[in-house]
Design a binder for this molecule. Sequence first.
Ligand SMILES: Cc1cc2nc3c(=O)[nH]c(=O)nc-3n(C[C@H](O)[C@H](O)[C@H](O)COP(=O)(O)OP(=O)(O)OC[C@H]3O[C@@H](n4cnc5c(N)ncnc54)[C@H](O)[C@@H]3O)c2cc1C
Length: 492
Amino acid sequence: MTSATPMLSMTEIGPTVTVIGAGPAGLAAAVEAATAGIRVTVIDAGARPGGQYWRHGPAGLDADLHHDIALFTDLHTRFQRLITTGKITYLPGHQVWTLTTTADEATVHAIDPRDVAQPVEVTVTSDYLVLAVGAYDRQLPFPGWDLPGVMTVGAAQSLLKGSGVVVGPRVLVAGTGPFLLPVAAGLAVRGSRVVGVYEANDPIKWLGQLPALLGQSRKIREAAGYLLALARHRIRVRHRSIVVAAHGSLRLEAVTVARLDRSGAIKGSIRIRIPVDVLAVGYGFTAQSELPLLAGCEMHATDDQTLSVIVDDQQATSNTRVFAAGETTGIGGAQLAVAEGTLAGAAVAHVVGRSVDGQARRLDELAMQRDQLRRFAVALHAVYPVPSTWTDIVEADTVVCRCEEVTVAEISEAVALGARDLRSVKLLSRAGMGWCQGRECAYATACLIAQQVGTPLDLGSGAGRPVATPIPLGLLAATYPEPAETDQQQLN
Ligand SMILES: Cc1cc2nc3c(=O)[nH]c(=O)nc-3n(C[C@H](O)[C@H](O)[C@H](O)COP(=O)(O)OP(=O)(O)OC[C@H]3O[C@@H](n4cnc5c(N)ncnc54)[C@H](O)[C@@H]3O)c2cc1C
């Protein structure tokens, strides 16, 4: 229940759950749990429901930029109805900055920063939590990547879907993964001249993953639709190609592209320089791990080298008060997020002895669909791995941590001084100590450490953050005043 609502005892209002995130996973979890009779609070940083996949523009969802709109419409209609009937409390524009759990309940602290002059804190206590906080773009450094005009593919997509902004007249899309296709197609449809899609991997690898394609006709149709749009705009997808440098004095003017051989190493000495205004580049996604780590959930590094929360068949984490769904449990796309969210909502209902009548068969089918989609995600990761050759592209003065302007050479220096993990490299070099707290550079820094020290990739040591999202110090001080004198004495 939120701190803004009149105080009722848990027995008066019945079982409660807080869902963090209103993307595909969070929406599905909230609708399922509320339909089963649980009081749900949904907290989401976004201004409108839909998350990254169904990101709204000023006039709503643009049909030509979106897939699965019918699924969103259905979920959204049910979500709104449950809000109207008081079964769901929806807090858009709220960022959860920390949370705690006890044996009996979970408490979430969020800020509503929409009034910049007077941000407020909201505290929500409930029986259970569903974490559905999604993922963010994974970046790799290369010479010139910090020039204005170089951006993530997710940023290009967010600007396009969310603000109707086309990022540039002449754009090159690069990196790896199927996400490059909708971004290039969307930009082309809205008038950009997309000079090419430079994909680091080779689709021939799909031949080794054919069983995972069974039953995925929806995904195949979606990919075919993007490829058709690219063909219509005469945009070529070049495989085994990687951007090795971005050039410009005040902003991006051109990029240099190299070819990769079948092993992923840079092939020959041929480099092509291409004039562009914008480079949209991305190497997959990284699961949001801050909140599951704060909840003490067990985590693991998945096959695509992202730190994700471990869930069982019921989407339960190792913390008995916490369930998780969607890309925080591993990168797998929106359909998988919806399946996991629905199952998480149903699992919470089951734990508190509620369920939607006659739904057992639907949930069994959904669990099968989830498992199939997870197999498909594993295949995707095998076809589109991060090209390991990126560490050969960086130079000593390439910036890795942009917040603190820490270069490759400074990370090597920290390793030479004896640092062996992210945390000690951070302490010696300040890499990951800035505004983003390592969200952008932790992966790259961990790869450089692993390569230089000769140890396995360690994503865990620098991942824990006591504050999940920036919070104004004034608000923190006002909300949590100094301890009383007696407490002070105890502290001393
Ligand atoms: C920038 C970006 C753009 C993308 N665009 C596409 C696309 O166009 N097509 C596609 O197929 N896939 C896209 N993806 C991949 C996409 O993330 C998923 O496939 C899908 O949206 C995952 O659903 P989800 O519910 O797990 O997470 P999300 O959709 O990411 O939803 C998570 C929600 O949690 C909220 N949240 C996170 N942290 C907090 C917090 N601390 N407090 C409060 N709320 C929080 C976020 O605001 C968000 O609304 C994109 C990913 C990113 C990062």
